[in-house]
Design a protein around this ligand. Sequence first.
Ligand code: HEM
Length: 217
Amino acid sequence: MSSETADAKPTDLAKVSSGPAVVIHPRWVRVTHWINVIAMFVMITSGWRIYNASPLFSFTFPPEITIGDALDGLAGALLWHFAAMWLLAVNGVIYVALGLLSGRFRRKLLPIRPSEVIRDVRAALTGKLSHHDLSVYNAVQRLLYAGVIVAGVVIVLSGLSIWKPVQFQELAAVFGGYDGARFVHFFAMATIVGFLLIHVTLAILVPKSLRAMILGR
Ligand code: HEM
């Protein structure tokens, strides 16, 4: 069985053998991906408003790009953040568990070799990176996807440490205590937002990849 069809169901495999409709992203990847988009949007925009109430740095986020209660600036944002937290965490656990158990992460995201990342970054910058076969991730995609999955795990764990620093004190200690966890949480957010700028730009530049993440084929 080839790597791109290993996640597919028998009905999908019939399509593979009879024509061009190769299954690239199985349904569980697509469902968890789009639920994650909604959860991340709410978490990031409400998180910016929470940050504004007690900034770590000398800047704040424009209120227009945040969500939450405009009156007291914090209560509504906290409610949004805690509501989407469950969606993000449960959906994330399902995605990571299935990714590990199905072997998808191993097949699609590994290995990540620095020499191949450098080669593919060069090819991308000179417009020579092929997007012909959507079922195989190039080295840059592997690095970005593996990186954002790790950032997702870190943002949830550091978030738990900030939310319940007493109950999760061993976890908080890993991040250097409550204050350390706040910085880690912020930088994980910045990593995810940086990833998103590249990721959404590439999805727009290669629309057939977007189609595959919606329809699976
Ligand atoms: C509007 C926002 C988004 C769009 C339009 C989008 C689009 C896509 C597309 C088209 C793919 C398949 C790309 C390919 O074949 O290379 C993909 C895969 C992926 N996206 Fe997104 N994405 C969005 C948001 C996000 C967010 C917020 C995250 C995580 C923070 C994320 C993480 C991933 C990951 C990890 C994969 C690889 C999934 C796998 O193969 O298991 N995406 N996305």
